[in-house]
Design a protein around this ligand. Sequence first.
Ligand code: NAD
Length: 484
Amino acid sequence: MILNFVNGGYREGTAGKRFPNIDPCTGRLLMQVSEAGKEDVDDAVRAARGALSGAWGNLTLVQRCDLLYAVAAEIDCRKDDFIAAEVADTGKPRALAAHLDIPRGAANFRAFADAVRNVPTECFTGTAPDGKPALNYALRRPKGVIAVVCPWNLPLLLMTWKVAPALACGNAVVVKPSEETPATATLLGEVMNAVGVPAGVYNVVHGFGPDSAGEFLVGHPDVDAITFTGETRTGAAILKTSAEGIKPVSMELGGKNPALVFADADIHAAIAGLKRSVFENSGQVCLGTERVYVERPMFDKVVDALAVAARTLKPGGPEDPEANFGPLISREHQSKVLSYYALAHEEGAIVHCGGGVPDMPAHLRDGAWIQPTIWTGLSRDSRVLTEEIFGPCCHIEPFDTEEEAIRLANATPYGLAASIYTSDVNRAHRVSAKLAVGIVWVNTWFLRDLRTAFGGSGKSGIGREGGVHSLEFYTELSNVCLKL
Ligand code: NAD
């Protein structure tokens, strides 16, 4: 059974409730998960508060960073355990977990230990009214107890993207992983204990959102800030709860990301980029592309080449060495994605590949499998083109001018990420500046430098994470003014 991790120890939830952790490849039960009740969340928050005024709060910055480097090294050491846990929970190909999820989990701890040591605060010299000098400088103080609420698509990567900077800044955390993917957050508790992170600094409570661990945690009066990654609708619910206590929030929400392919683009780079951005992790990446706009002379070529690329994806379980395309996270999510496939069909889309569920061998038939899918011909107001689907699918539409491409790219309430494929460097800069998104990639996708700002505008979120931006969120800045 997967247990909660509170104050450095593993324990069953006090309410004695359990929920199943299902293998998305087979539909079979992997393990039971012990659900945290209100009392467990209270204990976790209390343990976190205690750590702040105890051993953890008394460490120097260098000692704290050394512990975080040790956490990273221990994740590397135990990478096979982490890969196995992530693959079991998500069904994603082992190669993807091995080159993306788990190494990034370790890298997050190193990156934020580096950031907190190297990013200075501001300092101004000035003059007091009597002509004497005054010195102002800023200090970063930890915010306190941070509630970390995470999604299921990149479980360890996205969770450590919050936990690492929070701890680097001296906070203590209570994590509520997704109910779909409880394993790696739980395993990280062992790592924390192994390297000597004091009890109470890192806590994990399992459960759902409403009337469960998620809601108990974000509504807890002794939590000082909330950092959330997940659906826009959930973000809105958490914002309402946080308003009561005037809690600072960081919100990384959904997207409906565009890719713009200009006629001067290197088609091979464009197709390689689109193949990843539309289909990687079975389309379950917040930064993934669901709308592709192609300059008309290149349109047919891109549609055909991307359909060819999609057909090279081989669905299969992690035990299949040739498989490079996993299932969706759950049968529930599969139904949601299939409802958009059905809507596209009803609305007369031309389906260039996919459109349904692949024929799988008997032992995988109850898994959440789905076909990579490409449409053209839908009207611009179709829900398929305006709502986040979070599946391995995209709609491709031609455009004639740069202005039209920008207008189409910006035509949703989301504003997370966009990619541009062009060999004209002036155009790349010009168009990037006009896209109403937090992240633009040119001739690539999901190439991350952890020092850079990450986040979205509009319905894609509030605030930025990464490098100094995470330090801003996870600390309170105090200005000290001295009259000399
Ligand atoms: P979700 O919103 O359903 O759940 C996220 C987490 O919130 C889960 O742990 C869930 O239990 C919890 N939760 C749900 N309701 C809650 C409530 N009322 N109070 C407190 N906690 C609650 O999201 P998901 O389905 O797990 O993840 C997919 C979504 O996440 C997509 O929309 C995707 O775009 C988004 N996402 C965004 C980013 C980003 O960086 N912007 C990254 C990854 C995923």
